[in-house]
Design a protein around this ligand. Structure first.
Ligand SMILES: C[S@@+](CC[C@H](N)C(=O)[O-])C[C@H]1O[C@@H](n2cnc3c(N)ncnc32)[C@H](O)[C@@H]1O
Length: 266
């Protein structure tokens, strides 16, 4: 089943406007990720499927499309320089200066949860027996409901936890009867997963000490990235940090660029 130009344009324009994801040059990818689903949903062409999807006020069909079109690739210890900054600079500094003993961290575009759980593990490992004195909240958000559902369970294959040190595999995972591994409750309970579309205003109660938005903005165009970096800025505390993917750039000059892919709000 092929998608014609008119349907491709109306779908990709909608996705770009609502979610920021730019798929304009990805006709083949859009077609291959959706064709089988369109057929299984009982339609023999994209036009009828999209008519029904856009008419569905519940938003369920659009959510199904998003589940198929987002790229959720992620893994533990991805771009480990950020975690080095976290344990060698960010946490020691906050431990020294932050008398409230509260930290608010946001993994924006968390996919299957590897990133926020990884942060929770580093925090646990860093504080050790001092951890009970700290209230470290990690918010993890995404637009893919599939990814969020998987993330909440915190279950990963043996091969996907291989990147973590062996001691951590033992300390932070429980082996399940089917051979997969589940993140232990003490780490799972540190992370709250929520649906949030980064194109929409940020209306969380707290402001953040650290935001990780890595390998998400790569799918956004420049104006979208700049609007988003401004919204991040407005929702960050004084002396807080933003980690972005190493292939990504923002040109918001209110941030101080610490090293590539790490920005500080003064
Ligand atoms: C490649 S994954 C990155 C996961 C993780 N941050 C990492 O670096 O490994 C990109 C994630 O961004 C999410 N995403 C894309 N557009 C988004 C939007 N408008 N709002 C929230 N999340 C979005 C996707 O659903 C996907 O799970």
């Amino acid at each position: 089943m092929t998608i014609n130009t008119e349907d491709f344009v109306r779908l990709t324009s909608f996705i770009k406007q609502k979610y920021g994801i730019d798929l304009i040059n990805k006709q083949q990818l859009v077609q291959s990720r959706l064709a089988l689903y369109v057929k299984q949903s009982g339609y023999d062409n994209f036009t009828a499927f999209l008519d029904a999807a856009f008419a569905d006020r519940s938003g369920v069909e659009v959510a199904n499309i998003i589940n198929r079109l987002t790229t959720n690739h992620t893994y533990f210890n991805r771009e480990s320089q950020h975690f080095e900054h976290l344990v060698k600079y960010f946490l020691p500094k906050k431990e020294k200066e932050n008398l409230s003993h509260q930290l608010c961290i946001w993994s924006a575009g968390c996919s299957y949860g590897n990133e926020p759980y990884n942060v929770a593990m580093f925090i646990d490992d860093y504080f050790g027996f001092r951890k009970p004195a700290w209230d470290c909240k990690i918010l993890a958000t995404d637009i893919s409901l599939n990814a969020l559902e998987k993330a909440k369970k915190g279950i990963y294959s043996a091969s996907s936890i291989k990147e973590l040190p062996e001691a951590w595999q033992k300390k932070y995972f429980t082996r399940l009867p089917d051979g997969n591994y589940q993140v232990v409750p003490k780490i799972r309970q540190e992370v709250v997963f929520r649906y949030h579309n980064l194109m929409e205003p940020i209306a969380f109660k707290k402001t953040f000490d650290l935001i990780l938005c890595r390998n998400v903005m790569i799918y956004f165009d420049e104006p979208t990235r700049e609007h988003l970096s401004q919204r991040f800025y407005d929702n960050m505390n004084h002396d807080s940090f933003l980690y972005i993917g190493h292939t990504e750039i923002i040109s918001n000059n209110k941030f101080e660029r610490v090293v590539p892919a790490i920005y500080r709000k003064p």
